[in-house]
Design a binder for this molecule. Structure first.
Ligand code: ATP
Ligand code: MG
Length: 429
């Protein structure tokens, strides 16, 4: 019996992997323009880290985590908790008062697999630790918007404020009273946890709940003066940077640690999997995890969803390109070609050759398949005569390249190499 990958776990094969590389390379480029450094954390952490940060009464901790119960360790369902654990453990706040960090890697959640929703999925996660400044909120949203724009992905930015420990309890009580009257009409999940986590009812995707909360009070009208001022400054910053956004009073995010600014990048093209990225401020979290009293803000983008959007735009993955395919015909020529290809790879060219002694026709086919720019044809006779033929696959032009008449393979190679690398440089000026 053939063994297949687990449901919700996916291989990323050539043809698709190029889009992943494009997404990741663009992200790395933009993150470095914004002065972020990379950090990499392990996939396994103590279960307690996630329970304490994400919150016990959240979807993730309640039902989505891959946990080794006997060892009390969990495969990370998101990156922020692990990143903060590392930040605290290595005293990174001492090295720099404001740390700007990013990480890219797999996350694990036991959800129902569907388009844009996997059990192993990948996030690009950024966090700024050590400043409450609303300019930073605007700056990182602008960074996310810039990345999505450079990828050519159209999204809208939705934003809300969740207040702080000063003003949120008041809002929570008001909301609780509002929900209490409508409890009967809520979905089972919301009815069950409306007491422990009433805010979650606001962003429940169930249509019953949506209907009920339409008239719910808005947290934006219950912010304390400090939070209100902060949120205005964030919006000011976005306007200064020319980033479009809209306010969404229903957005509360599914994790408990958020304070003040929260936001999502939303697409209309992936059905229920509408969030391409999401994040927000978490000013009390580092301290809660045993670290210094520093505020933080961050967001995570889902790579699978970005790749799906690029595929929807029928973006062709750039298949890998070979500079020169060397077609050696016959044993002697193949023997000559083998170290030649190696030497040209050392010089930085992308090279390919056939090792199976196939016909010229078949080798030309292979060269086409790997998108080779040139094919260098070395026949046995040509080799004797100190000649090889270089064919430009785009223009179909052919030209002779000299191989020294000297019998010594090494010398032949030297002159051939010189000819090829010069020609290559000329053609690619
Ligand atoms: P959703 O509402 O779609 O469940 P979420 O709020 O759980 O998303 P976050 O925890 O904020 O998502 O993670 C940030 C991003 O990671 C999401 O916007 C999405 O792009 C991606 N993501 C989250 N869960 C998955 C998953 N199971 N499969 C693929 N991508 C995911
Ligand atoms: Mg989710």
């Amino acid at each position: 019996m053939k063994i297949k990958a687990l449901n919700g776990f996916k291989d990323i094969v050539p043809g698709e992997v190029e889009l992943w590389q494009k997404v990741e390379n663009t992200a790395r480029d933009i993150f470095s323009r914004f002065n972020f450094s990379e950090i990499r954390m392990p996939i396994l952490e103590k279960t307690d880290l996630f329970a304490r940060s994400i919150g016990e009464a959240t979807d993730i901790v309640e039902k989505e985590m891959y946990t080794f119960v006997d060892k009390q360790i969990t495969m990370r369902p998101e990156a922020t908790a692990s990143l903060l654990r590392a930040y605290i453990q290595h005293g990174l706040h001492v090295q720099k008062p404001v740390q700007r960090l990013f990480t890219i890697g797999p996350m694990f959640r036991h959800e129902r697999p569907q388009k844009g929703r996997l059990r192993q999925f990948h996030q690009m996660d950024v966090e700024v630790l050590g400043t409450p400044n609303p300019k930073v909120d605007a700056e990182i949203m602008a960074m996310g918007a810039m990345l999505l724009e450079e990828l050519g992905v159209t999204v809208s930015l939705e934003m809300n404020s969740l207040g702080c420990p000063v003003c949120r309890p008041g809002f929570r009580a008001t909301l609780l009273a509002f929900i209490e009257d409508r409890k009967e009409a809520l979905c089972d999940d919301c009815a069950r946890r409306s007491k422990t986590n009433p805010l979650r009812v606001l962003d429940c995707k169930n249509s019953k709940c949506r209907e009920q909360v339409e008239e719910a009070p808005s947290i934006l009208e219950h912010l304390c003066d400090d939070c209100d001022e902060h949120f205005s400054a964030v919006q000011n910053g976005l306007q200064q940077l020319g980033v479009k956004y809209s306010l969404n009073k229903f957005m509360v995010r599914g994790l408990d640690y958020y304070t003040r600014t929260t936001f999502e990048f939303i697409t209309e093209n992936l059905g229920a999997q509408a969030a391409v990225g999401a994040g927000g401020r978490y000013d009390g979290l580092v301290e809660k995890l045993g670290g210094p009293k520093v505020p933080g803000i961050g967001f995570a983008l889902g790579i699978e969803r970005l790749v799906l959007l690029l595929q929807l735009q029928e973006e062709e993955a750039d298949s890998s390109i070979v500079d020169i395919f060397v077609a050696g015909l016959g044993e002697k020529a193949s023997k000559f070609a083998f170290p030649l290809v190696h030497t040209l790879r050392k010089k930085g060219l992308q090279m390919a050759m056939d090792h199976e002694g196939r016909s010229l026709k078949s080798q030309m086919k292979q060269a086409n398949k790997v998108n080779s720019r040139y094919v260098l044809i070395i026949g046995e006779n040509e080799l004797e005569q100190g000649q090889a033929v270089l064919r430009n696959m785009e223009t179909q032009e052919q030209q002779d390249i000299a191989i020294n008449s000297d019998d010594n393979n090494n010398n032949k190679m030297v002159s051939l190499l010189l000819g090829l690398t010069q020609l290559y440089a000329n053609n690619n000026k």
